[in-house]
Ligand binder design. Structure first.
Ligand code: ACO
Length: 428
């Protein structure tokens, strides 16, 4: 294979090294382009073709619909692993032994206490505040309560920060929900598994006992696994970028939450259900909305369709579609919006607009249907995504620091005014 690429600018040739990944992906390394050429940079809006780092965490092949965490296929992990094992795998690189997993869980539990004063910050938010804004703020506030900075050279320090955020974040997520619902905050239970504990903190009624529902625990566990990492997506790149200035783990995660909130990213799961509800309220005419999605003069997009990297199918969507069916069946729920979703999917997959542009349902197309069946309100869908993505953000932040990556600082092509003279106020 070629070991270099040659670039010609104004008749002058420059050799650029080729970097090859373990899955045979190749990249042209342009690190020295600007200095070699005396100022030429590359321009790649939205980073569609730019690798920002080398990473050993997640591999995905958008053309073939492959997603693997640390080499293990998403299909196998979703079927056989639990979320906490996947957290460990993503962050530390290997599946844990039973002893390692037990210790990891114990250490997370020991760090799950959130300072009582954080409740006062939570109380300051109106009930109507979007939970993503609240969650991002509370995660940032954690820094004030855990001010010591992490010495990334110390495995022990790094581990402590990791178990802290994995312990406290589910508490913050559940509290954000309970505040919104006007419920007293719950502290979970030490004997419960990681995901089950979260479910208890969310749903335990103030007066009743908590009873476990294995269908709910399994479904949520699976959803969290499917969302756990997705290499250099918008929120993960944000976490790495913020962390690259040597900002701490918690504040980098808080920035990731903000990036995830947008409807083109994690916010899509909320947008999908709202869209399906709107179609239902409008009489259920899916064809009308398909036409709107294809109309270039209409800003409407089919939410939950399309993906920056999956141009075949999103493997997570397949697993979720199946899970949605079984959750609804197990819980004896009939949901009209599932029928609307299936009709939309079928029409889109047969429509040349969507086929030609390789637009397929993404992970969020069906996840909202499951969340709804589990009794999670629509504004909490994106926080659920954040909870799932947390180990990915942590793993990527850790990798970025351990690899001693330089501060992220892209270049630009300036297209503004050239030099001009200041005009005094009275002359303008
Ligand atoms: N509905 C209708 N048309 C679409 C859609 C859609 N959902 N998605 C893309 N297109 C069209 C675009 O209009 C464009 O058409 P054109 O070539 O005729 O101009 C073409 O498909 C390519 O679209 P881009 O926006 O250039 O693709 P990009 O890779 O930048 O965007 C994105 C990907 C943001 C996910 C986009 O498909 C989208 O907005 N989808 C809906 C929102 C969504 O579901 N987001 C969740 C993504 S998954 C996640 O973050 C977990």
């Amino acid at each position: 294979m070629t070991k270099k690429a040659t670039l010609e600018i104004d008749g002058k040739k420059y050799d650029l090294p080729i970097v090859e990944g373990t899955e045979k992906e190749i990249a042209v390394d342009i690190s020295s382009l600007r200095s070699d050429t005396g100022g030429v940079v590359t321009l790649d809006r939205g980073y569609k073709n730019t690798g920002s780092c080398e990473s050993s965490i997640t591999f995905l092949d958008g053309e073939k619909g492959i997603l693997r965490y640390r080499g293990y296929s998403i299909e196998e992990l979703a079927e056989k692993a639990n979320f906490l094992e996947v957290c460990y795998l993503l962050i530390f690189g290997e599946l844990p032994t039973k002893t390692q997993l037990d210790k990891f869980h114990k250490d997370i539990k020991a760090q799950s206490h959130v300072d009582e004063d954080v409740k006062r910050i939570l109380d300051g938010f109106p009930k109507s505040a979007h939970p993503m804004g609240v969650l991002s703020s509370l995660t940032a506030a954690l820094v004030a309560f855990n001010p010591s900075s992490v010495n990334v050279e110390s495995e022990e320090d790094m581990y402590k920060a990791i178990v802290k955020i994995l312990g406290k974040f589910p508490v913050l997520t559940a509290w954000t929900y309970r505040k919104r619902m006007g419920l007293p905050l719950d502290y979970g239970g030490d004997s419960l598994g990681y995901v089950e504990n979260f479910i208890k903190m969310m749903f335990k009624s103030p007066s009743g006992d908590y009873t476990s529902n294995p269908t709910v625990v399994d479904a949520l566990d699976k959803l969290l696994i499917l969302h756990a990492d997705h290499e250099q997506n918008c929120s993960t790149s944000t976490v790495r970028m913020v962390g690259s200035s040597h900002a701490g783990l918690f504040i980098s995660i808080s920035s990731g939450i903000a990036a995830l909130w947008g409807p083109l990213h994690g916010g899509a799961n909320q947008a999908v259900i709202e869209m399906l509800e709107a179609i239902k309220a409008d009489g259920g005419d899916t064809k009308k909305f398909m036409a709107k999605a294809k109309d270039k003069n209409d800003p409407f997009r089919l939410m939950g369709f399309g993906h920056r990297v999956y141009k075949n199918f999103d493997p997570r969507a397949k697993i979720i579609k199946k899970a949605a069916d079984s959750v609804l069946e197990n819980m004896g729920i009939e949901d009209d919006v599932l029928d609307i979703a299936k009709a939309l999917e079928k029409e889109a997959l047969e429509d040349s607009y969507f086929v030609d542009r390789k637009l397929y349902p993404n992970v969020d197309f069906y996840s909202g249907i499951i969340y709804r069946a589990l009794g999670i309100p629509v504004e909490m869908f994106t926080p659920m995504f954040a909870l799932g993505r947390l180990p990915g953000w942590v793993a990527q932040w850790r990798e970025m620091r351990l690899r001693k990556e330089p501060i992220g600082r892209p270049r630009q092509i300036y297209v503004g005014e050239t030099k001009r003279d200041y005009i005094p106020l009275e002359d303008r």
